[in-house]
Design a binder for this molecule. Structure first.
Ligand code: ADP
Length: 418
């Protein structure tokens, strides 16, 4: 408990009467000025709990006048709005026990200002000698703060609920994608197998047809069927089954990227890039391209997934080079206070401004005839970066090239939980 404030402490000094009075006057003026300046409503009560004085803030907050207040018992103020048993108990013990109380919460419907929540703090002011003490009562209106914090709590609970819901439906979607792509594989394998068998069955049919005695027109009709129509249909079935196979494995890869547990640790990206570039040396030479890798900062992440990000971006940079000029690919990186930024720039065909956001969509290819792929690479890259709380964006000009940027947070805390 803190010491009661002693308004007469100067009496202990050896001073003459006039000096004492002037010091006391000065102290009183100073104390009154402080009380007036304080933004919180303040009341000074005497030993009978009658109001000795109040500051402007008290009058403004409770919309009362000094006349209505002064010398009134606190319990009778404003239609007995302070007549609260627990407050009575506390106030009546402040002076006798030289005690104090802090943050006593009062929720009350005040006659003129409506329902409010107030925090009350009281201190005894010891005046020594024969004069009884006073009580300084500070009243803080915390209605808005309380409402705001309750609203914040409500929003946080709602957010948690939505996050859980989102996680659940995300999990369901991933399971669904996994099961669908897995289960559709079996009938697809059947289609591919039986197509091959059908193609093989055409061989004995051709021999039978060659040995058979048939009118010429019938033979031509059957030959066209066996040598052109059926192989063409089978070719069509096989091409589409292969395409579907690619799409299904893409969905499976996407589902796996979302499900795999992350093992986050510091990664030597320079080393990772030199391995990725080395493993693509043949493709780089074939493309007649040069790949320049700066010294890159380290970052936090799951090694396999971050490797997949850089591999995908480098493969794309190679795949979408412009055959009319020698390809140049540059990989750079730098650190910012709370994140690491990498860029993979090429001087390839570029991406039109209106397509720069859609390249991350599932199975989205801007020119399906150019290069191989399912339009899933950037979807997977974005998903991985999402899981690492990172970002990807692109700056690009058609016929000049593209520069893909990716950022990763420096702080790996909680990444394992994503
Ligand atoms: P994929 O390469 O398999 O088609 P991606 O998801 O990796 O799929 O890319 C989606 C599309 O974005 C590509 O089909 C291509 O049109 C475009 N794209 C990606 N990277 C580049 C690049 N470096 N330069 C030009 N276009 C690109």
């Amino acid at each position: 408990m803190s010491q009661p404030f002693d308004v007469n402490s100067s009496t202990s000094l050896d001073l003459d009467g006039n000096t004492k009075r002037s010091i006391l006057d000065e102290a009183r003026i100073l104390a009154e000025a402080i009380v007036e300046t304080v933004r919180e409503p303040l009341l000074i009560l005497d030993e009978n709990l009658c109001v000795q004085s109040a500051n402007q803030s008290f009058y403004q907050t409770f919309e009362v006048t000094p006349k209505e207040n002064e010398n009134q018992l606190i319990y009778e103020l404003g239609n007995h709005q302070w007549d609260i048993p627990q407050l009575r108990h506390l106030l009546e013990h402040v002076l006798p026990d030289e005690s104090q109380f802090d943050d006593f919460e009062v929720q009350h419907h005040f006659e003129r200002i409506g329902r409010r929540t107030m925090l009350l703090n009281a201190r005894a002011l010891d005046r020594q000698g024969a004069r009884p003490g006073l009580i300084l009562l500070a009243i803080e209106d915390v209605t808005d703060r309380k409402r705001a914090s309750e609203e914040l709590k409500r929003i946080a609970t709602e957010l948690q609920r939505y996050t859980r819901e989102l996680e659940r439906s995300n999990g369901e979607l991933q399971d669904f994608a996994y099961v669908v792509s897995h289960d559709l594989r079996a009938p697809l394998v059947n289609i591919q197998g039986f197509s091959k068998e059908l193609a093989l069955s055409c061989e004995p049919l051709r021999s039978v047809l060659a040995a058979a005695e048939l009118p010429e027109s019938k033979r031509r009709e059957l030959s066209t069927l066996l040598d052109e129509d059926i192989p063409e249909s089978l070719e069509f079935i096989t091409t589409n089954a292969t395409k579907m196979d690619g799409l299904l494995s893409g969905i499976l890869r996407l589902a796996r990227v979302g499900q795999a547990a992350l093992t986050v640790r510091p990664l030597d990206i320079s080393q990772m890039l030199s391995e990725i570039v080395a493993s693509r040396q043949f493709a780089i030479e074939q493309a007649g391209a040069s790949v320049n890798v700066d010294s890159l900062p380290t970052c936090q992440g799951d090694e396999m997934q971050i490797n997949q990000v850089f591999s995908n971006l480098l493969d794309n940079a190679l795949k979408y080079l412009d055959p009319n000029r020698p390809g140049v690919i540059c990989v750079r990186g730098h650190e910012e206070p709370d994140r690491v930024i990498f860029s993979i720039a090429d001087n390839g065909i570029g991406i039109e401004a209106q397509h720069q956001d859609s390249v991350y969509k599932v199975f989205h290819r801007l020119d399906p005839q150019r290069g191989t792929g399912e339009g899933l690479g950037l979807t997977i890259v974005q998903r991985i970066l999402d899981r690492h709380r990172g970002k990807i964006w692109v700056e690009s000009k058609v016929n000049e090239g593209s520069k893909f940027y990716l950022s990763l947070p420096k702080d790996a805390v909680n990444l394992e939980m994503t």
